[in-house]
Design a protein around this ligand. Sequence first.
Ligand code: FAD
Length: 382
Amino acid sequence: MKPYDYLIVGSGLYGATFAHLALKQGKRCLVIDKRSHLGGNIYCEKIEGINVHKYGAHIFHTSNKQVWDFVNSIVEFNRYTNSPIANYKGKLYNLPFNMNTFYQMWGVTTPTEAVAKIEEQKAEVVAKMKAEDITAPRNLEEQALMLIGHDIYERLIKGYTEKQWGRKCTELPAFIINRLPVRMVFDNNYFNDKYQGIPIGGYNKLTEGLLAGIETKTNVDFFNDREYWENIAEKIVFTGKIDEYFDYCFGKLEYRTVRFEEEIHNMPNYQGNAVVNYTEREIPYTRIIEHKHFEMFGQEIYNCSKTVISKEFSTEWKDGMEPYYPVNNEKNNTLYARYKELAENKKNIIFGGRLAEYKYYDMAPIIEKVLNISPIDDFNPR
Ligand code: FAD
């Protein structure tokens, strides 16, 4: 008999949730992670008393009550509501596009005026394209212009999108933007979900709670002693990169990544909001995150005399960088399908999570996926 029922490679939300549920069902689990800490991308580092989201700002949101109740059974969540602000050439606009944005953009004060203004802007674009004999949008720029008109596109979409993708909007395919939701109410809440928040005490509390009572090892890369790890447990849950698991035999999957520049400031409040997007092309970063606003409200902000900010730079991914966002174009999807076929033939190995499934997942859907595996022994991830 092997020492463990499950070896779980990766202590991110997928691995940690799986281990938590497996332990509840009496399974012997070992979780390994190649990083020096547990938690995967939701890990926070405490700096100046502030939880700094080391792998990018994470805001938990869901409409799934089962998922919400589950995470709150591990750690209570606070009332943080994501309401990002856009800074375009020093002028501030509320996001997502809502009555506050339209007031800031055009001075309109009623939904009727706002709808009329958007329709006027769209009509200008359609007329111009008709004159040029363009019947359907040929790229992201034309698509966005047709959906929302010139002002919002130029000030709030163009520069930000070009920085995110590292390419001009005229070189990006139209399908990237299917629709641009607008809200005819004064509501800056970014998400439409029923529930959102941040774990009280930070995300590490969630990881610690999920992994309580489970044996874990950090600084351990599965591939450094693959044979040993493959024989230590009856089954493996693999949440690392699927192409790496198969030795890149068909080639490498591509990602986009983000580089963070962290700064500590000797002031209690740098920008007055957790998230400020910089939407002009000339500023090289896409956003500034001020971490304390995720967990400190009102006077608490001033009880902590310093603040930590992160500037985010969207970057082309190269080997050795963090693989953040899969690039799900035809080439990569075809490549992934070949790896997936190999994975399906592997007995006793579950490939799960954002890297093993080569798919962008928010946190809640990751948890939902794992919660739907019950009992764990019958888990069939395909
Ligand atoms: P990960 O968290 O990446 O965990 C995988 C783990 O496996 C890592 O710890 C890694 O070190 C380990 N590992 C990999 N290979 C090996 C190996 N060979 N040996 C040992 N260990 C290995 N979701 C939201 O809901 N809201 C947000 O606001 C949000 N913001 C995000 C911002 C950014 C920049 C990114 C990239 C993602 C964001 N997400 C957000 C998504 C969220 O991060 C994911 O849903 C979640 O992290 C997925 O968990 P996971 O376990 O699949 O992957």
